[in-house]
Design a protein. Structure first.
Length: 270
């Protein structure tokens, strides 16, 4: 920082000169003793006084300019020292690193209701309302629970990874439906199934959906089936889940970013 101190004419240059000689030299000097002599008329010469003031002002201006130059030179020296210090001690700024690839995980929700999280924790939620099953920066999955028992009735998938599209799977029995219903962007899909209960749907972007009457592990990516689910199912590992014929069929969705979603009606825990 710079502190500006008002001084008398002549002090700035003397202080600057003595500052070069050492800190002890920065001492304000008193004005020289005034000349008590008078002119023959007993009065001072006004013209001479005016000239002295102009000369003093000129000297002060020059001293201020000299001080400004000293400050600029000092700032340049400090900047150069800081730059050299950072270059030698701090080193170059760290290079940008590539973030590690995302890790795959498995979570499950059951309509009785209970939930198993990605890290294997088990919990229940006995209340009616909307809840988040998955909420990350790009992937959003919500569930709808009915009654104070928390019965799971529908799930909805959205978020940036869906590129503006939505997927809803819901239980429509309370509306007189047969069981599960899948809606893509609000329109029913997988309704026209064959005599075996099989149907497929391909969206114009990265989405593939299938309905099957029973579990078919060949639909899944092998990496999904072989991952550690962190879930201790009472009826066996993930590969053997839904091994019976669930009521309303089994719905399977392959979504962008490697997300897979499997939904069934009543499974009775296989």
């Amino acid at each position: 920082g710079v502190v500006l101190i008002q001084t008398r004419p002549g002090d700035l240059s003397r202080a600057a000169q003595r500052g070069r000689e050492g800190p002890a030299a920065l001492v304000q000097e008193d004005d020289p003793p005034a000349d008590n002599g008078t002119s023959e008329s007993g009065t001072s010469d006004a013209g001479a006084a005016g000239g002295d003031e102009e000369a003093a002002l000129s000297r002060l201006t020059g001293e201020v300019q000299e001080l400004q130059e000293m400050i600029r030179a000092l700032q340049q020296t400090v900047d150069a020292s800081v730059t050299a210090c950072c270059a030698s001690q701090c080193g170059a700024p760290p290079a940008e690193t590539t973030p590690p690839p995302p890790r795959s995980g498995l979570c499950a929700s059951f309509g009785d209701p209970h939930f198993t999280t990605f890290d294997g924790a088990h919990t229940i939620l006995l209340q009616e309302g909307k809840l988040w099953l998955v909420k990350s920066k790009d992937v959003w999955v919500q569930a709808l629970a009915k009654t104070d028992l928390g019965n799971l009735m529908a799930i909805a998938v959205g978020g940036p990874f869906m590129k503006g599209h939505t997927l809803v799977v819901r239980n429509n029995t309370h509306e007189g439906g047969a069981g599960l219903e899948a809606l893509f962007d609000g329109k029913p899909i997988l309704e026209d199934h064959d005599e075996h209960g099989n149907a497929e749907f391909q969206a114009p972007f990265e989405l593939w959906a299938a309905r099957r009457a029973e579990w078919n592990q060949d639909l899944h990516d092998r990496a999904i089936l072989e991952m550690d689910p962190a879930v201790d199912f009472d009826v066996g590992p993930w590969v053997s889940r839904f091994s019976e014929t669930p009521q309303g069929g089994l719905y399977f969705f392959k979504l962008p970013s490697g997300v897979e979603l499997t939904v069934t009606g009543v499974d009775f825990m296989s």
